[in-house]
Design a binder for this molecule. Structure first.
Ligand code: PSU
Ligand code: MN
Length: 304
């Protein structure tokens, strides 16, 4: 496979220094231009400030990049032809020379292959509402049952069916821990109201669980570290519920299906909350990236 691991990332991995993988779909398809490019740079800077090396992952002209330089980040943020790639899309995209942003599933796959153990993002994909009619479930969930990556996220996007998603994660054997909370976060909201079975409170505790996974060995599986957006920065829950209901009705009316559903709803919420959902989304991602750097540092034995 044609993979290029950015030199700084390769050296850090070789020396056992902390590395945090970042996904690119959120940049290309989850955030509005031109803010998306600024955010891409900001997230990398947050990883560095936390003492780790950032590795933003994407496909450029048929080459999988683990770690992007500035021109790569700019291309992913600005080129309108950038596709959205789940892990099942990687082979055709590589073979045809495509350029694409990687979702959680494709990013976790490539990070795992490169030996990166910690990955930070916003919210995972999951089981969509009305799954019984559409069978729309993000490929993120199943892929996470097959890779040994720790994913720091603010839960799953609240546009989804959260209880059904937690059920699927249980079936798939994906470890779920709340970070400093007994409840699964609600992406734009600090809590989804659903309980979690395990609560960890420090990066060292999370690193201890990763080491226990190492000791257990096969079969490997991911750990989801569900880190809530601070309550002061969450979206107003009433506004959230009202606008989300409208957005879900619009998906139906406009007959939006498949890969387009998630970007449509994220944008709908942004427009109809006057940008408040975007700020909550960004606050969540920033918190996750900071925590990811601390976890990677603790796991590498660098303290936090
Ligand atoms: N989280 C965000 N914004 C996003 C996504 C997650 O804050 O755009 C992306 C992730 O890349 C995730 C994808 O893997 O949405 C899920 O898309 P789908 O539901 O089509 O699988
Ligand atoms: Mn889907």
């Amino acid at each position: 496979m044609s993979t290029q691991v950015y030199e700084e990332v390769r050296e850090a991995l070789h020396e056992g220094r902390p590395v945090v993988a970042l996904e690119s779909t959120i940049i290309a398809h989850g955030l509005p231009r031109p803010r998306n490019l600024a955010v891409a740079g900001e997230l990398e800077a947050l990883v560095r400030a936390g003492g780790a090396v950032p590795a933003t992952i994407a496909l450029i002209d048929g080459v999988a990049h683990v770690g992007l330089d500035e021109s790569g980040l700019t291309r992913i943020a600005e080129d309108p032809a950038v596709r959205k790639l789940g892990h099942r899309d990687l082979a055709p995209a590589l073979a045809t020379g495509a350029t694409g942003a990687t979702t959680v599933s494709a990013t976790a796959w490539l990070a795992d292959a490169a030996g990166i153990r910690v990955f930070a993002t916003g919210g995972l994909g999951g089981v969509h509402r009305e799954w019984t009619e559409t069978q729309d479930e993000s490929a993120d969930l199943r892929l996470l049952s097959r890779v040994g990556v720790t994913v720091v996220c603010a839960g799953v996007k609240s546009i989804l069916d959260v209880p059904a998603t937690l059920q699927r994660l249980e079936t798939l054997g994906v470890t779920v821990v709340g970070y400093g909370t007994e409840h699964f976060p609600g992406f734009y909201l600090a809590s989804s109201g659903e309980p979690v079975d395990w609560t960890l409170r420090t990066p060292e505790e999370v690193a201890g669980v990763i080491r226990a996974q190492d000791a257990l060995g096969e079969p490997r599986g991911a750990m989801i570290v569900a880190n809530p957006v601070p309550e002061a920065e969450q979206l107003d829950p009433e506004l959230h519920d009202r606008v989300l209901a409208q957005g879900l009705a619009a998906v139906k009316e406009k007959q939006i299906v498949g890969q387009a559903v998630t970007p449509f709803l994220l944008e709908y919420l942004m427009v109809h909350t006057d940008g408040a959902s975007l700020e909550a989304n960004l606050a969540a991602v920033r918190g996750n990236v900071r925590l990811g750097a601390r976890i990677a540092s603790a796991y590498a034995g660098f303290g936090a």
